[in-house]
Design a binder for this molecule. Sequence first.
Ligand code: FDA
Length: 580
Amino acid sequence: MAQISTDVVIVGSGPAGAAAALLLSTLGIPNMMITKYRWTANTPRAHITNQRAMEVFRDAGIEEQVLADATPHHLMGDTVFCTSIAGEEIGRILTWGTHPGRHGDYELASPCLPVDIPQTYLEPILVRNATERGTQTRFSTEYLSHVQDADGVDVLVRDRITGHEHTIRAKYLIGADGARSQVAEDLGLPMEGAMDIAGSMNITFRADLSPYVGNRPSVLYWVIQPGSNVGGIGAGLVRMVRPWNEWLIVWGYDISQPAPVVDEAAAVAIVRSLLGLPGIDVEITGTSLWGNNEMYATRLHDRRVFCAGDAVHRHPPSNGLGSNTSIQDSYNLAWKIAAVLRGQAGPSLLDTYTTERAPVARQIVLRANRSSREFVQFFEVLGLLDAKDEAEMAARIEERKANTPAGAAKRAALVTAMELKHYEFNAHGVELGQFYESAAIAGDGTRPVKTKDPELYYEPSTVPGSRLPHVWVGTTEQRLSTLDLAPMTRFTLFTGITGEPWAAAAGKVAQDLGVPLETVIIGPGRAVTDLYYDWARVREVAEDGAILVRPDKHIAWRSASLPADPEQMLHDALTAVLGR
Ligand code: FDA
């Protein structure tokens, strides 16, 4: 059989792998995506899709397709804590930026709002678009091993239908093969933390719950019931898959004991108990067990082989960061591989994948696990941790209603416990505030100034390394985000009218270095104007200054004003960023 070859082999068609394939194909890089199973994810798993992931989809031109299959933002947020869906409510929190006091922060930060799209709906969109744009997608194909040399990687795979094994030759390999990544294992990536620290079970079912949830629409309903604190999440979870008749329950189990057998009868019993509706008809559509992890890699690649997604950050679903971060890993990596393959950047650019993304991997693994542990606060506050039996548990929950000092103390403690959950459900800074320091950022020695809690709040900045701030600019006919003006296919230089000499400088630098680079001049009478004068407020450089944006919309470099020789300055900056 003739040797199969391509530029990039991607192992896995989950959010990390399918996004990598889509982005590489969009950038015109030949790639092959192999995946072990005959189709994409068979359980809903990830669903909270944050603004940064939506921005990636917008850049890739698939935002409308995602929105068409997603539950919109306004139905995501009335998150409830209760003893069962039909039972007592302990409290609510408006989540994912739906609180009127936070909604503005989300609207101001991005052209996209968070949405809920289950992984079973998202993956087919990514895979279809990647394949349409050129990805060779091979299902039922299992990665077995790889060997890399100075020029490329030989990837040994097995066709799971025929059992036939063969090698694919590629210039680069991306292991996006999930939390049990064989590629990461083969690469010997250094890992911190532990796997399988708690057990969770998923039960998917159909039942019309609109009478119980229609007045408090949310994607998450947390149920505090006897036994529910076993396992990673700390409480039983009834999660909307489709409003309001398709659901997923996540329930903990003690991972130190043999795995529980969840047959139809056991699943129905758990569902009815969490719903608090003993007689309700439910159709169980699936069950599965999974382990909670607290593990991240401190190096994400070795020479020509990269790992992305859960392969390098493994954590519970708290904060909804897994799929989002996986997609963002690929967004960071795809343009770098494309630039190196095209000879526009030196190979050292690829080392910045680890430098930039490993701190993010660590941050999100620690954040998600902390949020998961903070659930214990609810049990503590309600006095459930040492309750001997179900009756005592119920009595202690009941105590919050009492006109007694103990009741008052419990109510006050609940306010504090609820407050803490903003770090899980409204952690806007964690979602949008990723900041890179690496050789692919020509920094000016400054760091973004934070005036608020950096986990809860995103604050725009143009300090090199920051994500390009979003504001609306445009024309009388069209409103565009600044992010729309910096597509992933090129570098973009932003300046104002008195900075017009930058445009000629950029043209020369682009030609000289053979790098796609366009200038956007924002101002009246130009292609786009600063409609609300917001750009002037956020750009942090003078009108004649300039901001150089990378294809992944992180700021590579900035100049406070127009220097005597803008061409030389820009040339030096871009050369440094590209490792040339
Ligand atoms: P993923 O595991 O999705 O995909 C791995 C791929 O590799 C698969 O296609 C598999 O077939 C393939 N593969 C594995 N081994 C292979 C081999 N040897 N050869 C070939 N192919 C191989 N995240 C989030 O952002 N928001 C959220 O709301 C949630 N919620 C959530 C709820 C629940 C219940 C769970 C369990 C998880 C979440 N997550 C989440 C996390 C999210 O599901 C997870 O982070 C992503 O699926 C990770 O994507 P990856 O592409 O890295 O791996």
